[in-house]
Design a binder for this molecule. Structure first.
Ligand code: DX5
Ligand code: ZN
Length: 221
């Protein structure tokens, strides 16, 4: 089993102190950046300028989660802002063909391509398309807000992804997002997740390095 990838989500950080907040999670592997447009989800977060600022504050890879409509209009901007992986929602694109074209566009920008599914979106139609993606982000809460309760039934999607990826010898990374904490991360790892987004579970703790270390230990099988 490979090392778990811990991705603190800066959505839960204190934006008034972005520099120290980002530095406080330097022991995380990736930094997860949640982009919300107030349309695809009923909340707004930040955009390319803050993403670029964050990129300048850390050497960590930026895992950019686009919770926006018309993601195809924005991928170039986020690639320039420093994204190392760009994840779009399949619910935000017209059809499968558009999703595959967008993945190609992201890879052509030299960035890893990922897709995400909301809790109500089945994973089955995408299982034989995984070679087009570097990452799959399974939402274990309704996207839009941090601090929500983990939905354990989403681990069925993770198990389906894990067996397909293993059977076909792919290296697509399975990431889980929403309500991941010391209580829930072990079950995520056992279901087959490689990468774990954690917002409140890290930023609500005084000692962020200890929180990251605890999550890492619990996710190591
Ligand atoms: C929710 C975001 C998450 C959020 C997770 O829409 O996609 O990345 O930051 O926050 P927690 O870990 O607090 O559930
Ligand atoms: Zn996210």
């Amino acid at each position: 089993m490979s090392e778990p990838i811990i991705a603190p989500s800066i959505l839960a950080a204190d934006f008034a102190q972005l520099g120290t907040e980002v530095a406080s999670v330097a022991s995380g592997d990736w930094l997860h950046v949640d982009i919300m447009d107030g349309h695809f989800v009923p909340n707004l977060s930040f955009g390319p300028d803050v993403t670029s600022t964050v990129d300048g504050l850390t050497a960590q890879e930026l895992d950019v989660h686009l919770m926006i409509e018309e993601p195809e209009k924005w991928v170039e901007t986020y690639a320039k802002a420093g994204a190392d992986c760009i994840i779009f929602h399949v619910e935000a694109v017209a059809n499968e063909e558009a999703a595959l074209a967008l993945a190609r566009k992201i890879r052509d920008l030299g960035v890893r391509a990922g897709f995400s599914v909301k809790p109500g979106t089945p994973i089955e139609p995408w299982l034989d398309r995984l070679e087009h993606f570097d990452e799959v982000l399974v939402m274990s809460v309704e996207p839009g807000f941090g601090g929500q309760k983990f939905m354990p039934e989403m681990l069925d999607k993770v198990r389906a992804l894990r067996s397909t990826i293993d059977e076909r010898g792919l290296d697509t990374v399975i990431e889980i997002d929403g309500g991941v904490s010391a209580e829930t991360i072990r079950a995520c790892a056992e279901a087959g997740c490689d990468a774990f987004v954690a917002g409140s579970a890290v930023f609500k703790q005084d000692d962020r390095a200890a929180a990251v270390a605890e999550l890492r230990e619990l996710a190591t099988l």
